[in-house]
Write a protein that binds this ligand. Structure first.
Ligand code: GDP
Length: 304
């Protein structure tokens, strides 16, 4: 991830080394290189435009730091602007004043939601919470089973509709909104302080899926709605993120499959175009491949 972008930016900055002062032409040439590098990394055009505009303005502006040479000055500006487009400060989960804290997951099928549910629950458990996973993805035949497997690995219980058992939840079978509500009731009665609700994804954004997710959101009033997006989807990331933002008004983003060799554009675009922060990163198939997303660390990694 970001390897090619990192190399391109490093090469650009190298050209500035040894320069005593940067002319407007130097700045323009540098900004042009940065623009090309970002576009080649699949960063969305409006994001690239805004980014390079700010870098240019600041590089030409009165920002003089006697301790830094011109090349270092530009690196510093690019670093700060990268942190900005990645969401600024690290955003932590908002815990409900009156537990349980309800976290709903949304995203396309295959984005990594069910895997993330396991990772997030394990991480929260490690922080002293007592999470409950709720299987409200009833579209994909295997999704409930997969969540149960992940829950078992994480040592976290899973609430799922059980078609074979006569219980008050039987009516909920097949209805994801009812399952989500019943899961929440279960969490309250068993004193779980966090509930993570996995929802269905389809291969493409569609109205029915969005309505179902919106209905679940309305029924359980989550404290956080995390939109999980596969960083490998490249240019499609922006339209997908915007559609989900309109549909479920998510509160935070999880970038999954950051271990892949994606060019990184999705990661750099989605926070800016939606105005929502990237909160977590998923970096592999094991439950421990999960981290809190720190915009400053990611920016440093790109500029390393
Ligand atoms: P869902 O349909 O959104 O619930 O997606 P899943 O959680 O089932 O994930 C789809 C596939 O991607 C599975 O094969 C996962 O093992 C894999 N996967 C999920 N997250 C990651 C990740 O961060 N890195 C990699 N390499 N694979 C992942």
């Amino acid at each position: 991830m970001f390897n090619s972008l990192s190399d391109r930016l490093a090469a650009t900055f190298k050209n500035l080394r040894g320069k005593g002062r940067l002319s407007e032409a130097d700045v323009d040439a540098t900004v042009r290189e940065i623009r090309r590098a970002l576009l080649d990394a699949d960063v969305a055009v409006p994001v690239v435009r805004e980014f390079t505009g700010k870098v240019r303005e600041r590089a030409l502006g009165a920002e003089v730091n006697a301790a830094l040479n011109p090349a270092q000055q530009i690196v510093k500006i690019v670093n700060e602007e990268l942190v900005e487009i990645l969401g600024g400060q690290t955003r932590r989960i908002r815990l409900a004043k009156n537990p349980p804290t309800v976290i709903m997951l949304a995203g396309l099928q295959g984005a990594g939601k069910t895997t993330l549910a396991g990772k997030l629950s394990k991480w929260l458990k490690g922080q002293g919470h007592s999470p409950l996973l709720v299987a409200a993805d009833l579209q994909r035949p295997n999704a409930v089973k997969q969540l149960q497997v992940n829950g078992e690995r994480a040592g976290v219980p899973v609430f799922a509709p059980d078609p074979g058992v006569s219980s008050e939840f039987e009516a909920a079978t097949g209805d994801p909104v009812a399952v989500a509500q019943a899961g929440l009731a279960e969490a309250r009665s068993k004193l779980h302080d966090v509930v993570i609700v996995d929802t269905a994804g389809r291969l493409g954004v569609d109205a029915e899926l969005m309505q179902q997710a919106a209905d679940i959101r309305a029924a359980i009033s989550p404290d956080e709605v995390l939109f999980v997006i596969d960083a490998m989807i490249g240019q499609d990331a922006v339209a997908t993120a915007q559609a989900f933002d309109e549909g479920v008004n998510f509160t935070g983003i999880v970038l999954s499959k950051l271990d892949g060799d994606a060019r990184g554009g999705a990661a750099l675009s989605v926070a800016t175009v939606t105005g929502k922060p990237v909160m977590f990163a998923s970096t592999g198939e094991s439950l421990d491949d999960f981290e809190v997303f720190h915009p400053d660390r990611m920016a440093s990694r790109i500029l390393d």
